[in-house]
Write a protein that binds this ligand. Structure first.
Ligand SMILES: [Zn+2]
Length: 189
């Protein structure tokens, strides 16, 4: 097979409000009540661009956004893009206990699957916040029905990423059930 044929150019988009961004949250002390929602307007612009270019993408959608804007999630899915999960409340994995993380991803996955009627198998942590110290999260993602993770960023950065991680997808195996496996770009956990 031609080596070029093995390269997949994958485009992904995180679907959240501007006020879900960590720097914004810190700047306003978490007081988001009453702020204008812009996620439908901005995501519809992205959808139009993708349609014009004939491109498909994966949309990592926040559970809270899906609950508040189910019509938006349906529009994304109806245009044959992949719906994946960006967690529920945009809390960093590195600031959650395993139980809190499980509750967060379970709630978000359930909302997304309820809205689209299809299984959601992909996950990306807020701010790519699964590093080496959060490898426990892979076990939870597997047991909650996820099959790939896109949370490790292979760069040197002050608040996230693992610059030693692979730039390419790697398989994550667990001995307890070798039939189950997940794929994690940039992780060798
Ligand atoms: Zn995000």
């Amino acid at each position: 097979m031609n080596a070029k044929a093995d390269i997949l150019n994958a485009l992904s988009i995180d679907v959240e409000e501007y006020f879900h961004a960590r720097v914004f949250q810190e700047g306003i002390g978490g007081a988001v009540a009453g702020l204008e929602s812009r996620v439908e307007m901005s995501t519809d612009r992205v959808l139009a661009l993708l349609a014009a270019g004939g491109a498909k993408a994966t949309f990592f959608v926040l559970g809270q956004v899906a609950a508040a804007h189910p019509g938006l999630v349906r529009r994304i899915a109806e245009q044959h893009h992949e719906i994946a999960c960006h967690g529920d409340g945009h809390e960093l994995v590195s600031r959650q206990t395993p139980d809190e993380f499980r509750t967060d991803v379970r709630r978000a996955k359930a909302v997304l699957e309820d809205v689209t009627g299809k299984p959601v198998i992909g996950y990306r942590a807020p701010n790519f916040s699964i590093g080496r110290a959060q490898a426990w999260a892979y076990d939870i993602l597997l047991s909650e029905g996820f099959r790939y993770d896109s949370s490790t960023y292979p760069i040197l950065h002050d608040s996230y990423g693992d610059h030693t991680a692979s730039r390419f997808p790697v398989e994550v195996w667990r001995h307890a059930d070798q039939k189950r496996r997940g794929r994690s770009p940039g992780s060798s956990a």
